[in-house]
Design a protein around this ligand. Structure first.
Ligand SMILES: [Zn+2]
Length: 826
């Protein structure tokens, strides 16, 4: 899961930043006439044998690295065994940098760490053809070592400076998040010999790195004891390539797998240049002929032993849900989950791990993997679970159920829901590290996948919200299908492509499909069924239902959400998630407006590529959305407003609370403003507005932008003359309508601008009429809004406001790439 997250292989953030070595390179000096042997040079040092043996010279504080086989390709990546603890900065415990294929190349006195270019490849058997491609694209030399000793082919280098540098891109991450200008401080950095190890398949080099700066941002100050010195640990890993024998599986956009891709410049003419394969673990049957067989080696995940109960059991159970999927895919005991032995290191590449991470604020959990960049084979799955998440779910449940009638009861229903959610989260993140992307259409098809973001299904028992069915307790039909598609090993002689295709076709026949992030997020996407944190097949009907549950919960809401002896002001902590409990269903419903149903259809698979959401459904969605802006939906019960005092001493405002224009007093309008901004901002999203214009132009029976704007203005500006809190809530919404129309009147689409501008001009006129029935405050707002609209419409001409042109796809160099090279003479 991701902020936006959008997190397609989320852990690659640092990779682009790592290419340029930050620290100074050792100065080139003349090589000694004859090099000592490694044995001689390392006398008295502590040797740790493994994939790349390391030597620790404690007296000098130097780390030496032996490269036994220069030229051998391997995988290299950075990670953070000790994180920063800030979700906003994103440098978490266990974070993996992007993996890269590298090799050490000896050139006289130097040993270069070379990253070949895997983006452009050749599948040709002809060596000269392969060379034309290899030599056409740059490689990257990541580091240059001086060879200090050699025995036969084996060489020894001083790796101290290599380890004591910002390979993970920490300075850049701090700069990117505007947290200050920090530098690596060499005098406060050192090799961590106790965590520098060599295993049979990998070598781990760890260092304590300190970054200094004097302009630390707020997030740094929140989590660092002395904000001018940030000390973290960085690990650099070298991993042996897996043994040959892994067969990549070609990707299919309908199958829901992450993948890796490259350009094959030897592909036959007419065949695709881009090759796409899925990322998955290696799993082979002992008996490939058997429908069900034990695996040659199972996939084993290990849970961080540092997780306390009851979370530990919940995480174990959730991760174990996948056992059923691998059984269904034909592997007996093909997958299992255990507690990581105390002696094992979670960053040891031989262990797939589920790691428990603490941060100052709640944040995303995620599943990342180290893959073999040549084939997409997952070498290590690494799940990061934020520990505060379960507490947030507990808080949500407290707000829904108000469990403390007397004040000292145990909130068992809330506990149960939070742990149910944690099981599902564990399954979800492990799913990512098995290769699976989000499937956001699954909740519309009936809890078909843990790879969706689940919203708790809260129902009403009488007038009381109940959490009995909040979350599922197993993986779904999509999950089983996806594991079978990605991992099944078909009997020899099977047409694998046809068998895989049939799996997906059969699933479609049962209403099981896949739609992922790019089509699910509310801002830029149009799919009416693939959403985050939603439920049900009909987003508008579900929004109505969620609003009924919210109303019932708000009616019961009160001091029963905090335990006796806690500050009453903390009622607000539980109020925020409850008041906003419909925010995600709003995001879902809004996507019906100018929405289009579509799939990742391939030619010949018989799917309907795209169809507009029916007109009636679009109107229903608009109605349900406007209902959330009614004063009855926005108002807080007066009883509740009388219950929340200003924050007490030592309990400051936090970002988890509503902002208060009335500070320190609770702001009765601010929550409504938050909702109005969310609903209207999404409804009047620029692309949605342009889609409305287009659907009406193509089919006059479909709602257009003008019609939607008219409906919204009518619903929110009708003069009612009620006065009081209700009228104040209406004014909040009216201000937001004008704000959003002004924004649309500056949208990139000229069609949208023209219609929004016309609507604003009309609104200005309407504001001048019918005011007689209103009270003074309403009249004041109308006059002020009319003035604001007038000033906007009459703004001075600004050439930069002309609608941006659509970019023309490139033409040249096609047709003129054989022009003679003309050189100017001096
Ligand atoms: Zn996710």
């Amino acid at each position: 899961m991701v902020p936006g997250a959008l997190r397609l292989r989320p852990l690659l953030v640092a990779s682009a930043l790592v290419a340029a070595p930050a620290a100074a390179q050792p100065a080139p000096t003349a090589p000694p006439a004859s090099l000592p042997t490694i044995e001689k040079k390392t006398e008295g040092m502590e040797r740790r044998d493994g994939f790349l043996p390391v030597y620790w010279d404690a007296a000098q504080g130097k780390l030496w690295l032996e490269v036994p086989r220069p030229g051998e390709e391997m995988i290299h990546f950075s990670s953070l065994p000790w994180g920063m603890g800030s979700n906003d900065i994103g440098l978490d415990r266990g974070q993996l940098g992007g993996e890269r294929l590298v090799r050490f190349e000896r050139r006289g006195p130097r040993l270069l760490l070379v990253q070949p270019n895997l983006e452009y490849r050749s599948s040709s058997r002809d060596a000269t053809e392969r060379r034309t491609i290899e030599e056409s694209f740059a490689q990257s030399v990541l580091w240059g070592f001086r060879v200090e000793a050699a025995t036969g082919e084996r060489v020894l280098v001083d790796a101290t400076d290599f380890v004591l540098r910002d390979a993970h891109g920490i300075v850049a991450a701090l700069r990117r998040t505007r947290q200050g200008t920090f530098r690596l401080e060499a005098s406060r950095s050192a090799v961590a010999p106790e965590r520098t190890k060599a295993f049979p398949r990998n070598t781990e080099l760890e260092a304590v790195l300190t970054f200094t700066g004097d302009d630390a941002g707020r997030w740094v100050r929140d989590v660092t004891p002395a904000p001018d010195a940030i000390t973290l640990r960085q690990r650099l890993s070298f991993v042996k390539l897996p043994e040959p024998g892994y067969v990549p599986r070609r990707n299919d956009p309908r199958a829901g797998y992450f993948g890796t891709s490259w350009q094959d410049y030897s592909a036959p003419l007419g065949a695709p240049l881009t090759q796409r394969v899925v990322t998955r673990h290696r799993l082979q049957k002992k008996d490939p002929r058997a429908a069900a067989s034990e695996p040659v080696a199972p996939i084993v995940y290990y849970l961080d032993p540092g997780v306390p109960e009851p979370m530990r059991s919940a995480l174990l159970e959730g991760a174990r849900w996948w056992e059923a999927a691998f059984e269904a895919a034909g592997f007996k005991g093909g997958y299992r989950v255990e507690i990581l032995p105390d002696t094992a290191d979670p960053l040891d590449v031989r262990y797939n791990v589920i790691q428990w991470v603490h941060r100052a604020t709640r944040g995303w959990s995620y599943g990342g993997s180290i893959i073999d960049p040549r084939t997409g084979e997952i070498i290590k799955g690494h799940v990061t679970l934020g520990s505060l998440r379960v507490r947030q779910d507990f808080l949500i449940a407290e707000g829904l159920t108000a469990p403390y009638a007397k004040g000292d009861e145990r909130a068992t229903e809330a506990e149960r829901m939070a742990l149910q959610r944690l099981r599902q989260l564990s399954a979800h993140e492990v799913g990512h590290t098995l290769g699976l992307a989000h499937n956001y259409i699954a909740s519309a098809e009936g809890r078909l996948s843990v790879m969706d973001y689940p919203h708790p299904v809260v129902t009403l028992a009488g007038d009381r919200p109940t959490l009995a069915d909040a979350y599922t307790n197993e993986i779904g039909a999509w999950d089983r299908l996806a594991i079978t598609w990605g991992y099944a090993e078909f009997a020899p002689g099977t047409d694998e492509a046809a068998a895989l295709d049939k799996l997906l076709a059969d699933a479609r026949g049962r209403g099981i499909t896949f739609v992922t992030d790019q089509d699910a997020r509310p801002e830029g996407s149009a799919h009416p069924q693939a959403h985050l944190w939603d439920n049900g097949t009909d987003a508008a009907a579900e929004l109505d239902r969620v609003m009924r549950v919210r109303r019932a919960a708000l009616a019961r809401f009160g001091e029963g959400v905090v335990q006796r002896g806690m500050p009453l002001a903390q009622v607000e902590e539980a109020l925020v998630p409850l008041y906003l409990s419909h925010r995600y269903q709003v995001e879902a419903a809004v996507k019906l407006v100018a929405g289009q149903t579509y799939t990742y259809a391939l030619r010949g698979d018989g799917q309907v590529p795209v169809r507009a959401v029916p007109r009636a459904q679009q109107h229903e969605a608009l109605r349900a959305l406007l209902a959330t802006l009614e004063p009855a939906s926005l108002a807080l019960p007066p009883r509740l407003l009388a219950l929340i005092p200003p924050r007490p001493f030592l309990y400051p405002e936090t970002r988890e609370l509503f902002e208060k224009r009335t500070a320190p007093v609770f702001d009765a309008l601010a929550p409504a403003e938050v909702v109005a901004r969310a609903v209207l901002g999404l409804l009047f999203n620029e692309q949605r507005a342009a889609r409305l214009v287009q659907q009406h132009a193509l089919d006059a029976a479909m709602p257009g932008l003008r019609q939607v704007m008219d409906t919204v203005v009518r619903a929110t500006f009708a003069a009612r003359g009620t006065g009081g809190y209700e009228a104040a809530l209406r004014r909040v919404v009216q201000r937001e309508v004008v704000t959003q129309l002004v924004r649309l009147a500056q949208a990139p689409s000229a069609e949208v601008r023209a219609q929004a501008t016309q609507r604003l001009a009309g609104l200005r006129r309407e504001l001048a009429t019918g005011a007689a029935a209103l009270d003074d405050t309403d009249r004041a707002q109308r006059a002020w809004l009319a003035g604001e609209i007038g000033r906007f419409l009459e703004r001075p001409y600004d050439a930069a406001r002309v609608a941006p042109a659509i970019t023309v796809p490139p033409g040249s160099p096609i047709g003129d790439d054989d022009e003679p090279l003309v050189r100017e003479r001096p």
